[in-house]
Design a protein. Sequence first.
Length: 281
Amino acid sequence: MKTIKIGDVTLPNVGMGTWYLGEGNAAQSKRETEALKYGLDHGLTVIDTAEMYGNGAAESLIGNFLGDYHRSNIYLISKFYPSHADKKQMRTALTNSLSRLKTDYLDLYLLHWRGATPLAETLEGLQELKKEGLIRQYGVSNFDVDDMDQLTLEPGGDHVVANEVLYNLQSRGIEYDLLPRQKQAGITTIGYSPYGSGSGKSIKLTPELVNLAKTKGISTHQLMLAWVLRNGDVLSIPRTGEASHMAENIKAAEVTFTSDELALFDQAFPAPRHHIPLEMI
């Protein structure tokens, strides 16, 4: 499987998102657990979650099986609300997340989106949590270019290792400026919703792209995920609650495209030619 680095940690470039997981009945939660365990058993070591997801339901779902694995073999990401971005509430939020996840540390802790708390205070709190070993690394989510510029100027901003943002065929704005600038700064881009899930705007592929998927013997979802992964510069975290779909995600990471095939994507979903404000769902 292709890899990508977050800080000095080498990881698969496909992870597992958990938005909306853990919010159904027992049978649904069982299927979702089986899907995540299938991913872990087949090399997907990254699990992304947040205190916001089902008000902790996704974290609790993960916590119910996390003890079945060696903790060091899993890269666990969670995120905290902007309303919890001051030092005191951040610590409380982390304590609650760790309790639900049944672990004593996070590999990566992200500010879910920017709020009213000064970035300097948030960074100070994250640095303290890192020094105490409660988190291994820290970063942000849904930060646009201007936000990242301000962030990196603050004390501790130079230790931000990742920014998690929306990225799919329909939402390519980060390619113009945010993605290349983060690559240059050594900040990993984590891309969520590779299929546009949750945006209310499903991605409608052109007949040419549908035919391309058929020619390659893959599903349209695999095609969209493979496109996100095409350059090896994004860690994508598709969410699924089905083991069969998890297996498809793993296979999608192996798909490659010719320059002519990539041109079909650009014709249907043109690359940005100017700054586009960061989209968020």
